[in-house]
Design a protein around this ligand. Sequence first.
Ligand code: SF4
Length: 198
Amino acid sequence: MKIHRYVTTSRAEGPGNRFVIWTQGCPIHCPGCFNRALQDEDGGTSIDEASMIRLLDEAICSQETSDPLTGLTLLGGEPFFQAAPLARVAAFAQEKGLNVITFTGYTYEYLQGPEAPRDAHALLQVTDVLIDGPFKEDESSLERPLVGSANQRFLFLTNRLSMQDFQPNQYEIKIEKDGSIRINGMGHMNQLMRLVKE
Ligand code: SF4
């Protein structure tokens, strides 16, 4: 599969402590997409699902006693663009007791219909919360956690999480061993610029 990056621990991409995978490649091309670098299906890094599952398993084991992982978040890019391998990663996460949040620029109805991407059903089956719908510039809003426009929906496909579990938007800034700075999370751009300047 093609990914942009992953983090082994995050508190800014859904409830609790989460392993997060940003997939690479998105055919939806929403005007105003805030992750345009993740649209190119030829970009990113290739990793086979066995390696990704091993990384997830290592993260689960290493954080077991300190700050246990509670979930896996799949975002993009478009996770349903490569649904089959991600479904196997998500199934492993659920076997280990993690909940799974999957973002998509498609609607739930489209993913269940005849034109759905291949193996969409497999990924839906191992998704606890589906956050669906394309980003729409004319409905742009950061009032709700993790989504950029008012049309996007939180669909609770199982009872493992509810809306009350989601915290307000926040940023996470990590300084890597090589000195590079990584930022993830969600919020107003002016807040982020203030943080970076500080
Ligand atoms: S679905 Fe997401 S990643 Fe794809 S174009 Fe829309 S906003 Fe960008």
